[in-house]
Ligand binder design. Structure first.
Ligand code: ZN
Length: 486
């Protein structure tokens, strides 16, 4: 057995354990009986301990020193294993364990503070999380920029400078488009009875329409929709809201986009580092192009209008054009996850600036709520009314996910690039979408993005797929063409 074979045998077991840990997490959000929470956290901590040991095993260093890549896959696997190994070594075990412990407790403190609309109940915990992640970032950065070191975990190769440039390029046209969209006549609204069984039936139909493989996946309900797993077991969750079936449908399509990526990776990469989506940003591009550029297109919503009428009868909407406007309504709102395509990235920019200031120490945790509310008023033109609509709305910071938010906008930008190339490759795409047929679009994404898994770095992945450098222009052009005509 060669050194590479031995290394990969060891690595496959680590990847398998990571999949098991992921499935425990899935179970916790979907099936686990409430009384099992405490035992589960001990089970998860045990798994985390085993995996941390494997990721920092000195044997890895010996193998990495001796191994040589023989093809593109082994080159990428060695690069990814080395990267993970070096990052793990830089973070002291004591710090890693403390971050795991504090962020797991922080999430329940955040949830209680959010329910009570009480920011002050969360701030000491948040201060602790920020301090720990800053310490981790400093260890990872080894003299470089602390925030960039955290960002690199989610989007390798991205820096706060590159993100700032991107956001500066996006912002003026988004602000202008937002003003125009809000000044337009209000969109029609759904009316009717949208029972849960009916929503889940349409949701399943949508997952099938987007090619989700139920033989290697399943759909369950969760409070916050997510997808989990890779290879032969990629599960998604959705949620239902009796007053708002679009929440269910577009959550499903979004998660199917994530799942299609994982299900589409070439089987020979399964349980290797290459056998997973390349970054959070590229992952989000797959969920967003399904959800927005395809799922909210005039052609596809025409098909969905028919399916909704089949399921629910009269939904208070006259025709396909009105339905298209209802799906793409732009309205004032506080919540990022409920935001339309025009305003979504403005929510991300706010979080990016605040979390960078928190990490640098320019913004004190005690001043976070005031800073959030001032910035929200300046960006959106109306005041935050309560904390759950303001700085307590997202779980990310409680979970220690700092440097994660920008990947949402990167995903939208990548989706814009991919959509432009996809339209050029399939000129009659709308004819297919109007029949609820996404098979050619999915096949194109599978060939250009999915099957390669983590073979290349994020920007190179998009470049290979589209034949051009990553740019914000296609996203902005698409948004302006769509929303100026609505
Ligand atoms: Zn997503």
């Amino acid at each position: 057995m060669s050194d590479y074979d031995e290394l990969m045998k060891f690595q496959r077991e680590t990847e398998a354990l990571a999949q098991i840990a992921g499935r425990l997490g899935w179970d916790q959000e979907t099936m686990m009986p409430p009384g099992a929470a405490e035992q589960r956290s001990e089970e998860m901590a045990a798994m985390e301990g085993v995996m941390h040991q494997r990721r920092t095993d000195p044997q890895l260093g010996d193998w990495l020193a001796r191994c040589e890549a023989t093809d593109a896959a082994s080159k990428a696997n060695l690069r990814l294993i080395r990267r993970r190994f070096e990052r793990s070594l830089r973070v002291p075990a004591r710090l890693a364990a403390e971050i795991a412990r504090v962020t797991s407790v922080a999430q329940s403190i955040w949830a209680a503070a959010r329910r009570a609309e009480d920011v002050t109940a969360f701030l000491p915990t948040l201060a602790n999380v920020i301090a720990l992640r800053r310490e981790e970032g400093a260890a990872l950065a080894a003299g470089g920029d602390v925030y960039d070191a955290l960002l690199d975990e989610y989007e390798p190769g991205a820096t706060s400078a590159s993100i700032s440039d991107l956001f500066s390029a996006l912002r003026p046209r988004l602000v202008a488009l937002r003003a125009a969209a809000l000044a337009a006549a209000p969109a029609p609204r759904l009316r009717g009875q949208f029972d849960e069984a009916g929503q889940l039936a349409v949701s399943r139909r949508l997952a099938e329409a987007f090619g989700y493989d139920f033989n290697r996946g399943r759909i369950d309900k969760a409070v916050h929709p997510f997808s989990s797993g890779s290879g032969a077991d990629v599960r998604i969750t959705t949620r239902t809201n009796l007053a708002d079936p679009f929440n269910c449908f577009y959550s499903t399509v979004h998660e199917v986009g994530h799942a299609a990526y994982e299900q589409g990776i070439a089987p020979e990469h399964a349980l290797t580092p290459v056998g997973q989506g390349v970054s959070m940003g590229v992952h989000e591009s797959q969920s967003r192009i399904y959800e927005n550029q395809l799922g909210r297109s005039r052609a596809f919503t025409g098909w969905l209008f028919g399916r909704m009428r089949d399921q629910f009868g009269d939904i208070g909407i006259r025709d396909e054009d009105d339905f298209y406007r209802a799906v793409n309504a732009v309205t004032n709102g506080y919540i990022r996850t409920e935001s339309d395509e025009v305003q979504y990235n403005l929510h991300v920019m706010l979080r990016f600036d605040l979390e960078r200031a928190l990490i640098r120490g320019d913004l004190k945790v005690n001043d976070l709520e005031a800073a959030w509310n001032d910035r929200f008023l300046a960006d959106f033109g109306f005041a935050v009314d309560r904390a759950s609509n303001g700085c307590l709305q997202d779980v990310h910071w409680a979970a220690g996910l700092i440097g994660y938010f920008p990947t949402y906008t990167l995903g939208n930008v990548y989706a814009g690039c991919l959509h432009k190339a996809l339209r050029a490759a399939i000129p009659d795409l709308d004819t297919q979408l109007a029949r609820g047929d996404t098979s050619q679009a999915t096949a194109w994404l599978r060939d250009k993005v999915h099957r390669h898994g983590g073979l290349s770095e994020p920007a190179a992945t998009i470049q290979r797929a589209t034949g051009g450098a990553v740019s914000e222009a296609p996203l902005l052009d698409y948004l302006e063409a769509k929303f100026r005509s609505l």
